[in-house]
Design a binder for this molecule. Structure first.
Ligand code: CA
Length: 225
């Protein structure tokens, strides 16, 4: 399980990090809102633990920005104020749960387990195509004994390509699914991520290639044919 902790109280953040390590969870820890948003948007986590009062950008704004960017990673807000309005604001902005400080770590761990169980009910564990496996829980792309971690957008694009194996996916379709139809992403954003994915496929030595169908889009194919 991959976790992100965004908390500016360094001692609390590091203590949480230690607790997660004991659970064998892989944890990134950042101490301000700006880094928190950047990490959350560019990596793939199972759960984000997000303080509300943060330098740079507050937790409400971060979770709203994530949801606007179609990032559905479960978020647990940490709020210092035991104020009903804060809790409502947090949930309204797209958070999944909240904890009021101070809290006992066991309760936080229980809530993390509850959120990831709920996710596990609705999603498949992995997708496969030829020699390639995409882990939907860790965002790792696996081929034989090799594996490589995908960034959030690489993962979303690969998931779409693997879920639509017979279809050619247009750049417009990928933009609307991965960036959102109201985004100002352009064709060259898609091209950049396809090129990252091709490099990762080459690293893995997979038989799968992403072929370009001119003026139409992209499709997965068997390069060994
Ligand atoms: Ca704080």
């Amino acid at each position: 399980m991959n976790l992100l902790i965004v908390e500016d109280e360094i001692r609390l953040a590091d203590a949480l990090g230690e607790i997660m390590k004991e659970q064998k969870y892989i944890t990134d820890i950042v101490y301000n809102g700006t880094d928190g948003l950047y990490y959350a948007k560019n990596n793939c986590y199972d759960v984000i633990i997000l303080d509300v009062m943060l330098p740079g950008m507050n937790g409400f704004d971060i979770v709203r920005e994530l949801r606007a960017s179609h990032i559905a990673t479960p978020v647990i807000l940490l709020t210092a104020k035991d104020d009903v309005r804060d809790k409502i604001a947090g949930l309204d902005n797209g958070a999944d749960d909240y904890m009021t400080k101070p809290f006992v770590p066991e309760e936080l761990l229980a809530r993390i387990r509850a959120l990831t169980r709920r996710q596990g009910d609705v999603i498949l564990e992995e997708q496969n195509f030829l020699d390639l496996t995409l882990s939907l829980s860790t965002c790792d792309l696996i081929c034989g004994s090799k594996s490589i971690h995908l960034s959030y957008k690489e993962f979303e694009i690969m998931k779409l390509l693997m879920a639509n194996q017979k279809s050619v996916l247009s750049k417009d379709f990928l933009i609307s699914k991965v960036w959102g139809s109201d985004s100002n992403a352009e064709d060259n954003n898609v091209e950049a991520y396809i090129s990252f994915l091709r490099k990762k496929l080459a690293f893995l030595g997979s038989h799968v290639m992403i072929s370009t169908i001119r003026k139409v889009g992209y499709r997965l194919e068997d390069a060994s044919l």
